[in-house]
Design a binder for this molecule. Structure first.
Ligand code: IPM
Ligand code: MG
Length: 358
């Protein structure tokens, strides 16, 4: 069995962290066919588009995609459709990657990295399941128009459209319920049903799906309250399921509870388990090329790839154990450094994980 993997390093620190993740992946002894292609700003520079057809085609024909990061301030003045972020949105939409899994785990060794009190976050392990191909992110119509009537008549108006079809809510709800079954059996659905029709429909649909999962305790929370509870008592959560926009915001918040976004992987899956795997952090252009970025989130994304797209759970365990081991050895990149630990570079961290794999 040859696994076809697309490697899309992207911009900023993307290439250097992806390099380390590829070293780890290729050290496992699996039969792999790895192919790289430019994406994001790098692809715009080379081909005039953040997601060139050749890159999209490579992604389509691969079992899994290892994605670094995209974006740089220098592209901020480009038209929206040419900005680096469009590459990730385009991949999600074109491949139907509707299920975004974003774990927020606080490693015991990094308990001091959080800005919250240790007793609030110690042992934190939550999973955000974010719907990724619908909602106001992709809803039509959208744009700028002239207001036809009312107090703002005649003015220009920016607008977007929020909507969710029943099957879109059902399929992400199933992913979340099944994840909760494998964890602590608790699912919290987050919406804004006190204000939004889309959210009331979301909630009603999740309640209906819940009848198939009597072993999962379902609760509901408004998004504003969820944002508050995440910092007040994050350990009350097990799995959170929510729409695209709320999930974008809450997953950034949740990742920072751990104080080490450089540690957090993510997976974006479609119905046939094809997946895109990327670190939760961005392209960090300010430290690009300096060999100081933390490669562990990307290395842990490879573990998620092995588990969810390739069905190689034992190999995933190997990588996760190796990462635990290097933390235990006291090795720290700059983002998670604390006094008394050994500061290492991006590539040294990669070396250490490779050693720990053996
Ligand atoms: C994320 C990012 C993207 C999003 C951007 C880069 C389009 O913030 O993956 O969370 O909003 O989904
Ligand atoms: Mg985001």
């Amino acid at each position: 069995m040859t696994y076809k993997i697309a490697v899309l390093p992207g911009d900023g620190i993307g290439p250097e962290i992806t390099d380390q993740a590829v070293r780890v992946l290729t050290a496992l002894g699996l039969d792999l066919e790895l192919k790289s292609a430019p994406v994001g700003g790098a692809a715009y520079d080379a081909h005039g588009h953040p997601l060139p057809p050749a890159t999209l085609n490579l992604a389509r024909e691969s079992a899994a995609i290892l994605f670094g990061a995209v974006g740089d301030w220098k592209y901020d003045s480009l038209a929206r459709e040419l900005r680096p972020e469009q590459a990730i949105l385009g991949l999600r939409k074109s491949l139907g990657l509707f299920a975004n899994l974003r774990p927020a785990i606080l490693y015991a060794e990094l308990a001091n990295a959080s800005s919250l009190k240790p007793e609030v976050v110690a042992g934190l392990n939550i999973l955000i399941v974010r719907e990724l191909t619908g909602d106001i992110y992709f809803g039509q119509p959208r744009g700028v128009r002239e207001v036809a009537e009312g107090p703002f008549k005649g003015e220009r108006q920016g607008f977007d459209t929020m909507h969710y079809a029943e099957s879109e809510v059902r399929r992400i709800a199933h992913v979340a319920f099944q994840a909760a079954q494998k964890r602590n059996g608790k699912l919290c659905s987050v919406d804004k049903a006190n204000v939004l029709e889309t959210s009331q429909f979301w909630r009603d649909t999740v309640v209906d799906v819940a009848r198939e999962y009597p072993d999962v305790a379902l609760s509901h929370m408004y998004v504003d309250n969820a944002a508050m509870q995440l910092v007040r008592a994050p350990k009350e959560f097990d799995v959170i399921v929510t729409g695209n926009l709320f999930g974008d915001i809450l997953s950034d918040e949740a990742s920072m509870l751990t104080g080490s976004i450089g540690m957090l992987p993510s997976a974006s899956l479609n119905a046939s388990k094809q997946g895109l795997y990327e670190p939760s952090h961005g392209s960090a252009p300010d430290i690009a090329g300096k060999n100081v970025a933390n490669p562990l989130a990307t290395i842990l994304s490879v573990a998620m790839m092995l588990r969810y797209s390739l069905g190689e759970a034992a190999q995933a365990d190997r990588i996760e154990s190796a990462v635990q081991a290097v933390l235990h050895q006291g090795l720290r990149t700059a983002d998670i450094f604390e006094e008394g630990m050994a500061r290492v570079s991006t590539s040294q961290m990669g070396d250490a994980v490779l050693n720990a794999l053996k």
